[in-house]
Design a protein around this ligand. Structure first.
Ligand code: GDP
Ligand code: MG
Length: 180
């Protein structure tokens, strides 16, 4: 079995822990307590090994970090030796994208993107409805996508609440890691 270390980074309250819980336990909690320090979880997925459809199991060892400033100095402990990073922002908070971009810069400076698969993740798309009066979207899909393309990152918009695209993040990271 292949094992990969994955770290989640991003501003507090963007939904990092919720994404991990959706992926690992397929559940969602409106009143999740904020993470202290970091939490560790693991989950396996299957990826296609070759065109003949053979499948391989890979295991993610997931480090879910706390976003608060006072824990920032701990982050390198988690992203050092990581194979993949989810850099998460909240599509309803423009500031959180700015924070995500600073994490991407830090990862590229400290780890280098030869050794690390980085995925930019915009969470809480369930709060967006382009036709509704109370549409809460603050970060456009194309704005984030073009930044991600420019930086050579994988990119997904997801909802930990509904589960939309959460599995796909890990599936595409798994496939990319397995390729290399
Ligand atoms: P973290 O600090 O980044 O780990 O964020 P949490 O996972 O603790 O989530 C922060 C808050 O956002 C909680 O109240 C969650 O219930 C809420 N939340 C997380 N993901 C979503 C989502 O996809 N949609 C909505 N509407 N709320 C979410
Ligand atoms: Mg958390």
């Amino acid at each position: 079995m292949f094992q990969f270390k994955l770290v989640l980074l991003g501003d507090s309250s963007v939904g990092k822990s919720s994404i991990v819980y959706r992926f690992v336990k397929n559940s969602f909690d409106e009143f999740r307590e904020s993470t202290i320090g970091a939490a560790f979880l693991s989950q396996t997925i299957k990826v296609k090994e070759s065109d003949d459809g053979e499948e391989t199991v890979i295991k993610f060892e997931i480090w879910d970090t706390a976003g608060q400033e006072r824990y920032k100095s701990l982050a390198p402990m988690y992203y050092r030796n990581a194979n993949a990073a989810l850099v998460v922002y909240d599509v309803t908070q423009q500031d959180s994208l700015v924070k995500a971009q600073s994490w991407v810069n830090e990862l590229k400076n400290k780890v280098g993107d030869d050794d690390l698969v980085i995925c930019l993740v915009g969470n809480k798309v369930d709060l967006c409805d382009e036709d509704a009066e109370d549409n809460k979207r603050a970060v456009g899909t194309e704005e984030a996508r073009s930044y991600a393309n420019e930086q050579n990152l994988l990119f997904y918009e997801v909802s930990a609440k509904t589960g939309l695209n959460v599995q796909q993040i890990f599936q595409s990271i798994g496939e990319k890691l397995f390729e290399t």
